[in-house]
Ligand binder design. Structure first.
Ligand code: URA
Length: 242
């Protein structure tokens, strides 16, 4: 059970004080009856709440697939740079946060949610959720690099990286590859390429677990996950791949 004013505020109808004004003005009905009391208790999944005649469904958690552009930071607030949350101002539920981190100059798939348990499960080191990056690097990536990444490389941490899959798309003065890793160490992809004497000049995450970067999205755009995508993520959460 939840107070009516909190229910409406959580769903993005307005701030708590705006919602109280809307209630006073008679914009809200509960189960077809006008309701003006902010303290009225609502059963989230049984009562029908309407605002200006439109049903307002309660979603405890929200999930967004965001195409992070370059130039913004993966943080919820920052004094200098735009944050990923500055792009999703219209999303209804408050307190969204990014799942994992991409560097300021990295673009691509970033999951935004307010589902803390799912976020922890996806980021848990033992979970080994696959993340695939499209990488453009200076230097000719070769078969030898595929083998080195498959064995794990020394990037200066206590432990070598876990085995990673490298697929060469083109090789030359500048090479293009897809790299799949299962960890999320600081600057991991850039450091892995440095370890094999190459320099990453462009980095884009194209998938994370069952989620793929939506080609219909442009950098800076986002969309809600489908039910099937949310379910697929929850299956990752339940599948122990240790
Ligand atoms: N690895 C990196 O080096 N940077 C990122 O943003 C993500 C993975």
């Amino acid at each position: 059970m939840i107070r009516l004013d909190k229910y409406l505020a959580d769903m993005g109808v307005g701030t708590r004080s705006q919602v109280k004004q809307y209630l006073k003005k008679g914009f809200v009905t509960v189960n077809g009856q006008p309701e003006k009391r902010p303290e009225r208790k609502i059963e989230e999944h049984a009562d029908t709440v309407c605002f200006r005649g439109e049903p307002v469904h309660y979603a405890e958690y929200e999930y967004f697939l965001f195409y992070k552009p370059q130039g913004c930071v993966t943080a919820t607030r920052d004094k200098v740079h735009k944050t990923v949350l500055d792009y999703v101002k219209g999303a209804s539920v408050k307190e969204l946060f990014p799942v994992g981190r991409l560097d300021i100059d990295t673009e691509g798939l970033l999951l935004l949610t307010n589902d803390g348990p799912l976020c922890h499960a996806l980021l848990a080191p033992g979970r080994h959720v696959e993340k695939t990056y499209f990488v453009r690097a200076e230097g000719a990536v070769a078969e030898a690099d595929i083998l080195r990444f498959a064995e794990g490389v020394d990037i200066g941490d206590e432990k070598r990286t876990a085995p990673a899959r490298l697929r060469i798309l083109s090789s030359g003065k500048c090479s293009e590859v897809l790299l799949t890793i299962t960890e999320g160490r600081f600057h991991q992809v850039k450091r892995m390429f440095e370890a094999v004497d190459k320099k990453v000049v462009y980095l884009k995450r194209v998938s994370m677990g069952p989620l793929h970067l939506d080609e219909t999205l442009k950098p800076g755009e986002y969309r809600a996950l489908t039910e099937a995508e949310v379910q697929a993520l929850k299956n990752v959460e339940r599948t122990d791949t240790c």
